[in-house]
Design a binder for this molecule. Structure first.
Ligand code: C5P
Length: 234
C-alpha cells in the first residue's frame, strides 16, 4: 500500500469551516478523513457530503451500539451518505454485528471497536464483565470476525494479538500513534507510525500531530517520509 494511503486524518474540530479548511489543504496528499461524534453532531451529514465532493473518502467513526435493527438502518444510511469506512461496537453482540454486516453498502469497510482504550479491567468489572481488558479485546475480535466484520480499530499494542486471533485478511485501523517529533498530547501508550505499520497496521489515524501544526501539510509529508524510510539494518 502507498504510505500516503495509510494515513487517515482525524478531523476532531468543532466547526465545518475548520474541517473543510483542513480537507482543502490535505486532500491532494492523503485520501481519508475521519469524522467523529463531535464534528458529526455539530455539522451533520452535510460535512460527509462536503468532504466527498472534494474528492476524499470519509471514515465515519460513530461507534454505533443499539438494537440490531437500528444499527443496521444507521449503517445503511451512512453507506447511502457515501462513507467508505465506519465503526460499530462489538459489545453489541453477535446479532447486532451480523445485522450491521448484512446492511452495509458494497465497498464499505465495517470496523469493530472491541474495548475502548480508556477502559481498564476495573471499568469492565464495574459493568459486570469479569474478563481482563486484554482477554475481552480478543473475545470481541473473534466474535466480530465470526460475524463477518471487515476489520477492527485497535490500539498499536493490540495489533499483533488481534492479527494472530483473526487473520491477515482483516483491516486493522490504528489510532494512538505519535511521530517522535510530535508531542504526546493525552495519548499515554503510543507508538510511532512506523512501528505501528511494522507490527501490521493497515491504516493509521492521526489527529493533532497533523491538525494542530502550523503547517499540517508538512506534518503529513514528514510522517509519510518516515513510513517509506528503509528499515534499520539488524
Ligand atoms: O489527536 P489524536 O492523534 O490523538 O487523535 C486520535 C483519534 O483517534 C481521535 O479521533 C480519537 O478519538 C481516536 N482514538 C484514539 N484512541 C482510541 C480510539 C480512538 O485516540 N483508542
Amino acid at each position: 500500500m502507498n504510505p500516503r494511503d495509510r494515513l487517515i486524518v482525524a478531523l476532531d474540530v468543532a466547526r465545518q469551516e475548520e474541517a473543510l479548511a483542513l480537507v482543502d489543504q490535505l486532500s491532494g496528499e492523503i485520501s481519508y478523513f475521519k469524522v467523529g461524534l463531535q464534528l458529526f453532531t455539530a455539522a451533520g451529514p452535510q460535512i460527509v457530503r462536503a468532504i466527498i465532493e472534494r474528492g476524499a473518502n470519509v471514515f465515519l467513526d460513530l461507534k454505533l451500539h443499539d438494537i440490531p435493527n437500528t444499527v443496521a438502518k444507521a449503517v445503511a444510511a451512512a453507506g447511502s451518505l457515501g462513507a467508505k469506512m465506519m465503526t460499530i461496537h462489538l459489545s453489541g453482540g453477535r446479532e447486532m454485528v451480523a445485522a450491521a454486516v448484512g446492511s452495509k453498502a458494497p465497498g464499505v469497510t465495517l470496523l469493530g471497536v472491541t474495548v475502548l482504550t480508556s477502559s481498564t479491567d476495573e471499568t469492565l468489572r464495574e459493568c459486570g464483565v469479569a474478563a481482563t481488558a486484554v482477554d475481552q479485546v480478543l473475545r470481541l475480535a473473534r466474535l466480530g470476525a465470526d460475524a463477518g466484520i471487515d476489520g477492527f480499530v485497535t490500539s498499536p499494542h493490540e495489533v499483533d494479538s488481534v492479527r494472530a486471533e483473526c487473520g491477515e485478511e482483516l483491516t486493522l485501523v490504528v489510532p494512538g500513534v505519535r511521530p517522535i517529533w510530535a508531542g504526546a498530547d493525552d495519548q499515554k501508550r503510543f507508538m510511532t507510525p512506523r512501528e505501528a505499520v511494522e507490527r501490521g497496521a493497515d491504516y493509521l489515524v492521526v489527529g493533532r500531530p497533523i491538525t494542530a501544526q502550523d503547517d499540517p501539510l508538512q506534518a503529513v509529508n514528514r510522517i509519510v517520509d518516515e513510513l517509506v524510510e528503509a528499515p534499520p539494518v539488524a
